[in-house]
Write a protein that binds this ligand. Structure first.
Ligand SMILES: C[S@@+](CC[C@H](N)C(=O)[O-])C[C@H]1O[C@@H](n2cnc3c(N)ncnc32)[C@H](O)[C@@H]1O
Length: 180
């Protein structure tokens, strides 16, 4: 299976270091997981998805890394994920996981805050189904508002893909309190 360009671009935005701990929310069938694992010789990858079918497919696709203890796939909705069990991550990625813009996602972003290391970053990427620039602007505004409301500092960029589509990316970090 060829790797969609949107996933290559999204993984590039993670600015991975070889020893990073990386979480992917909504890992689907584990295609981005494979790309990330190639860049994590000393790191660790965890993928979570609310679809049991997706988790089984992702585990199968990345079976070697799972056997080696470098990758784990967890069947859970983000809102129900247990930060005490999963630990903390340097990078958290979600591609085309709509919960962050369709509503405030307060519970989901609270969980993300608990999963991120203090210097960690959250990367949310979307190829909006409706390419109308007004719709893309609307999604961007909603994402930035929801992240700000949850205590993140975030910036948005757009990336032109070869097929003419445009990918929206929002990179966020938890705002640090003075002295925190
Ligand atoms: C459109 S697919 C994208 C899959 C993959 N990220 C990709 O870009 O190819 C969205 C995936 O996110 C999962 N998902 C959506 N909302 C979720 C949530 N709140 N918690 C966990 N997984 C979620 C879905 O089950 C699905 O596998």
């Amino acid at each position: 299976m060829s790797v969609p360009e949107r996933l290559t671009v999204a993984v590039g935005l993670l600015d991975l270091r070889p020893e990073d701990r990386v979480l992917e929310i909504g890992c689907g069938r584990g295609v981005a997981a494979g790309l990330i694992l190639e860049r994590l010789p000393r790191g660790e990858f965890v993928g979570l998805d609310r679809s049991e079918v997706a988790v089984a497919a992702a585990s199968g696709r990345n079976a070697e890394a799972v056997s080696a203890g470098r990758a784990t796939f967890v069947h859970t909705a983000l809102a129900d994920a247990d930060p005490d069990a999963l630990g903390r991550f340097d990078k958290i990625l979600a591609v085309d996981v709509n919960v962050f813009w369709t509503g405030p996602a307060a519970r989901e972003l609270e969980v993300v805050t608990r999963l991120l290391r203090p210097s960690g970053s959250l990367v949310l990427c979307y190829v909006p189904p409706d390419p109308d620039p007004a719709q893309v602007t609307k999604v961007k505004g909603l994402l930035l508002t929801h992240l700000s409301d949850a205590g993140f500092i975030a910036t948005a960029t757009t990336h032109a893909l070869a097929d003419g589509a445009s990918m929206l990316a929002v990179v966020g970090a938890v705002a640090q309190l003075p002295g925190g």
